[in-house]
Design a protein around this ligand. Structure first.
Ligand code: SF4
Ligand code: SF4
Length: 443
């Protein structure tokens, strides 16, 4: 049988050889130019098609789908698998806001802190919804978000306890994560969260070394927050929970840009060689009292952070995200993902609560979700059918033409008929992440 190269390959020349990434499978292979196989690889890789004998010396090419049988129609095959995935009903993900209140007043925050904690009635309704849904799915996931979700710790405790029991009763898998500022994540709370509430993934934002962080992420009452968060993080890093994964996120703009390498060193000192830890550098977006980074600055930041993390031996969450076919698409584009507000409002996107189209439904007291189909479908329509550029794109399986549905919803609201998709910034940076040694070095 003849084989051809996959259209989803991203090939990068490195200083020591070549590295290949396949956006459909997420596989990465590396071949050093000192490897005796390298000349053979170079020669065969220049050809359009191969015989099996041309590549059987290097099984990862076929295993990682870097090469596919010549007759393979990769685009329609991929679109069919994407549509099947979008139509699946065997899993459900909720992002739940136990409260919209926050104990911090970060200088760049977009939230309005309007709604208090979830009432007992809404908690009861959500528990009914969880029970009913668990009967029908194989996997259920809750991400706790806010505000600061730990200000609604009683809500988290009540609903998590119910969800863990319902999953056991219905033989479904249950997974949970939290995005928190880390201030209230004391050792006691962390131990209860991971052991009892099955919250195994934590994203904690720290905005750089002490002085920078304290100037940006301040308590509502005005106090400093750095030392307490760091102490909570240190406990987590020393804890003995193999299922734990934790991400230290740093929001970066012009103000703290220059502190990124120093802060990466601080994080490394805390997490050591902990393979459960990730460092995540996120350019600030939206409104901020500081200047936002330009695309050029973002690109050089990413380049720098790859180098710094390689040198330190620190895992970078950015590469997990951008080289992962399961993570590049926004959850708002997933029909099986909903955001539940404290008052029972149902949304798709966590950063557009004021956008009327983002209100896609309401949780009823009977434990069902009444959807506004017109609003809901705006978020889950991928641009794959609409944009021919997306169908031809090498990173389609990562982005799925749905990296930020809010952009599309806002564009169509404004009557924009532009026939060009808005690509994610990571499209231009993907070679940088493939070329960065992170995956090879740490796996
Ligand atoms: S939006 Fe851009 S990056 Fe995403 S699939 Fe379409 S062309 Fe590719
Ligand atoms: S739709 Fe866009 S803004 Fe909303 S959560 Fe997704 S990526 Fe963020």
């Amino acid at each position: 049988m003849n084989y051809k190269k996959s259209r989803y390959n991203v090939n990068v020349r490195t200083e020591t050889g070549v590295r290949l990434f396949n956006a459909r499978t997420g596989a990465i292979v590396e071949l050093s130019c000192t490897d005796p196989l390298f000349p053979k690889f170079e020669e065969s890789w220049r050809r359009e098609t191969f015989q099996l004998s041309d590549h059987e010396w290097f099984p990862p090419l076929e295993d990682g789908k870097f090469i596919v049988p010549e007759g393979t129609q990769e685009i329609p095959e991929y679109i069919a698998s994407f549509n099947a995935r979008q139509a699946t009903k065997d899993r459900m993900s909720l992002i739940v806001l136990p409260t919209e209140q926050c104990n911090f007043r970060c200088v760049y925050c977009y939230e309005t802190f309007q709604k208090p904690s979830m009432s007992e009635e809404n908690q009861a309704a959500l528990k009914k919804y969880i029970s009913k849904t668990m009967e029908q799915v194989r996997g259920f996931m809750i991400e706790w978000f806010g505000g600061e979700p730990l200000l609604g710790i009683d809500v988290i405790r009540d609903i998590s306890t119910h969800a863990v029991a319902a999953a056991r009763q219905h033989n479904a898998s249950y997974d949970s994560s939290i995005t928190t500022n880390g201030y209230l994540l004391t050792p006691e709370v962390f131990e209860e969260a991971i052991s009892e509430w099955k919250i195994s993934r934590y994203q904690i934002t720290i905005d750089g070394p002490r002085d920078f962080h304290n100037g940006r992420r301040v308590l509502e009452s005005g106090g400093h927050t750095y030392d307490r968060i760091i102490s909570n993080l240190q406990y987590m890093a020393k804890s003995d929970h193999p299922e734990l994964m934790y991400i230290v996120r740093m929001n970066v703009d012009r103000d703290n840009l220059r502190t990124v390498p120093e802060f990466a060193g601080i994080v490394k000192d805390i997490v050591g060689d902990d393979r459960r830890a990730r460092f995540y550098v996120r350019p600030t977006w939206g409104e901020s009292k500081f200047d936002l980074l330009t695309n050029f600055e973002t690109r050089s930041l990413r380049k720098q952070i790859i180098e710094v993390c390689n040198e330190l031996g620190l895992y970078l969450y950015d590469s997990d995200l951008f080289l992962n076919p399961a993570l590049g698409m926004c959850y708002a584009a997933d029909p099986r993902s909903l955001v539940i507000g404290p008052d029972g409002s149902v949304y798709k996107c966590t950063s557009a609560f004021d956008l009327p189209e983002n209100l896609v439904g309401r949780l009823t007291s009977e434990g069902t979700i009444k959807l506004n189909q017109e609003h809901f479908s705006l978020w889950v329509e991928s641009g794959i059918e609409k944009y021919p550029q997306c169908r031809r794109c090498a990173v389609l399986p990562i982005c799925n033409s749905a990296h930020c549905p809010k952009i599309e919803v806002t564009r169509s609201k404004l009557g924009n008929r532009d026939n060009h998709p808005v690509c994610p910034p990571y499209k231009d940076q993907i070679k940088m992440f493939v070329g960065g040694a992170l995956q090879e070095k740490f796996d």
